[in-house]
Design a protein around this ligand. Structure first.
Ligand SMILES: C[S@@+](CC[C@H](N)C(=O)[O-])C[C@H]1O[C@@H](n2cnc3c(N)ncnc32)[C@H](O)[C@@H]1O
Length: 241
């Protein structure tokens, strides 16, 4: 929680909010890019202290959500020997999943500067790279809070790379993200807040409705999928080629 508060109150993030109205009025790049001259991922690469704070605050969220995934989706990882977490940050999610499912070997995949700072963990291999180029091979791929940072064309490219990376017989991509209801529901205010964050910090990111998820998955070559609502604002989507 402390890292999350420190991140949200850091000068770089606070300054970004002042650029939000310009973004809305001009429909230009993100408020972050207008304020800092580069996108958030390039910016944190050259600001190690902010990068660490960002990864720690993501880890703080992962510590809360992973038990909800394990309880809400029993059997999610059954039959899998390996998993690649795409955009896995400092590897906290994989560390927790390996602890709960001790038969699994994990790859934590993220940008090189992120994994170079990730703590070592038994049965978790950190691999640096770019998910827009390719994704390391594993039985299944896992993406949490990654696709909402990107527009549809970018998501389709990432999902196609995940589809290429997963093994022929086990083959599934697990996506942990919000599935927004088209009608207002009790989580509407949380989702509005998340959309504001996407608008401020990413160029094309957004929360998606079930119709929008169906479009992305179809365009990326997945033939069927299931959605399981868990306790948090996120749902677990299991997509099969
Ligand atoms: C919102 S964070 C989610 C982190 C983690 N999945 C979680 O939920 O705690 C998005 C992650 O995507 C990573 N990322 C951004 N661009 C990437 C790229 N081109 N290739 C691989 N990872 C990337 C970022 O470094 C960051 O760790």
């Amino acid at each position: 929680m402390a890292s999350f508060l420190l991140l949200q109150s850091s000068p770089a993030l606070l300054a970004t909010w002042h650029g939000l109205s310009a973004r809305v009025l001009t429909n230009g790049p993100s408020a972050f890019e207008t304020t800092h001259g580069k996108d958030i991922w390039s910016y944190v690469e050259t600001n190690p202290a902010l990068s660490k704070l960002f990864n720690e605050s993501m880890a703080c969220d992962a510590r809360r959500v992973v038990p909800e995934i394990i309880n809400g989706c029993p059997g999610l990882l059954d039959g899998l020997d390996s998993l690649v977490d795409v955009g896995g940050g400092n590897g906290t999610t994989m560390r927790l999943l390996v602890k709960a499912c001790d038969w699994i070997r994990d790859i934590n995949f993220d940008l090189p500067h992120v994994v170079s700072d990730a703590p070592a963990c038994v049965r978790v291999e950190h691999v640096g790279g770019d998910m827009f180029d390719s994704v390391p091979n594993a039985d299944a791929a896992f993406l949490m809070w990654v696709l909402h940072d990107w527009g549809d064309d970018e998501c389709i490219r990432i999902l196609k790379n995940c589809r290429e990376a997963i093994s022929k017989d086990k083959r599934k991509v697990i996506i942990v993200e919000a599935v927004v209801e088209e009608k207002e529901d009790k989580l509407g205010h949380v989702r509005l807040m998340l959309d504001m964050v996407m608008m401020a910090f990413t160029n094309n990111g957004k929360q998606r409705t079930s119709k929008e998820w169906a479009h992305l998955l179809r365009e990326a070559g997945f033939s069927r999928y299931t959605v399981t609502q868990i306790k948090s604002v996120k749902s677990v989507i299991e997509a099969y080629p």
